[in-house]
Design a protein around this ligand. Structure first.
Ligand code: PRP
Length: 183
């Protein structure tokens, strides 16, 4: 892929592909240590988490299972309400399972807060969260996140699964979008 074209829409590259992979490998080591002797069910949240899931899962030297959920805010402009609906539920019964939710970014924390409470009501052995990025300044709800790749400023970032109007997800790096693109 010729990345130069879409990379030209970025004002700043926050993390290169190499930096992302290196951080995910570190997180994988930490997770493997914490889950020694336990089976992990990784739950990815579509669509943004696809890249993180693919690379994190392949950083493990052990078996992991993967499943997916697709969720969406109710209606438009209600994202801040934290009211979420399930577009695609898990195929797996998580009763007694160790669930590791995999996310690309935690912004306000509302989605994850809802998701953790939803998953916890299904009787899992544990539910933890791993996110590549988190914006501490944007948090509206405390979410207990066990594994965080990087805390970042409250800026609009794209790439590596993160989109602007469904574009830029396939960018290998993560960067800040130039204002001319969305103004
Ligand atoms: C992003 C991200 C999280 C959510 C975080 O998904 O993947 O699921 O937003 O935001 P919050 O902390 O403010 O709730 P998005 O709704 O953009 O959908 P996508 O994954 O399909 O891009």
């Amino acid at each position: 892929m010729d990345e130069t074209q879409i990379e030209g829409d970025l004002v700043n590259i926050l993390f290169t592909e190499e930096q992302i992979h290196a951080r995910l490998r570190e997180l994988a080591v930490e997770i493997e240590r914490d889950y020694e002797g336990k089976d992990i069910l990784m739950v990815g949240v579509l669509r943004g988490a696809v890249m993180v899931m693919a690379d994190l899962a392949r950083s493990f030297g052990r078996h992991v299972e993967m499943d997916w959920m697709a969720i969406s805010s109710y209606g438009s402009g209600t994202k801040s309400s934290g009211v979420v609906r399930i577009l695609k539920d898990l195929d797996t019964d998580i009763t007694g399972r160790h669930v590791l939710v995999v996310e690309d970014i935690i912004d306000t924390g509302l989605t994850l807060s809802w998701l953790v409470s939803n998953l916890s009501s299904r009787g899992p052995a544990s539910v933890e969260i791993c996110t590549l990025l988190r914006k501490p300044e944007a948090l509206q709800m405390a979410v207990d996140v066990k594994y965080v790749g990087h805390d970042i400023p409250n800026e609009f970032v794209v790439g590596y699964g993160l989109d602007y109007d469904e574009r830029y997800r396939n960018l290998r790096c993560i960067g800040t979008l130039a204002p001319h693109v969305y103004s």
